[in-house]
Unconditional design. Structure first.
Length: 121
């Protein structure tokens, strides 16, 4: 069996989200300041004997802690950009998250769950 290249898929996803207009995207939240997106691998499901997998990702869109209306506008803008790249049939969940740059403050967020195939090398 060959090693799956989910690191390459992750790098491609981050690049595509940046190209779609989300300026700050990373898999390491310590490098980010809202507004931004954090991409996290949540699950790998075995597919075939040749090493192919299905990866499940969470892309967390995070707005700065502004007025409710301004935060919703910011999340809507991030979501519009993200959905040009991400194809999902799952519900998009509203949440709040903390970034290292925001201290203990919880920031408004939307969480998109999506899957991608990952080919073995």
């Amino acid at each position: 069996m060959t090693a799956p290249r989910f690191d390459t898929v992750l790098a491609d996803l981050v690049r595509e989200l940046r190209e779609a207009g989300i300026g700050r995207v990373d898999w390491d939240p310590s490098r980010l300041i809202a507004p931004c997106a954090v991409v996290t691998l949540t699950e790998l499901e075995p597919g075939t004997l040749d090493g192919d997998l299905t990866a499940t990702w969470e892309t967390v869109l995070i707005a700065p802690d502004l007025s409710r209306t301004a935060s919703i506008r910011q999340l809507a803008s991030l979501l519009g950009a993200a959905l040009t790249v991400i194809d999902t049939d799952d519900r998009i969940r509203a949440s709040s998250v903390s970034l290292p740059s925001s201290g203990q403050n919880r920031l408004p967020a939307l969480i998109i769950t999506h899957t991608t195939p990952v080919k073995g090398t």
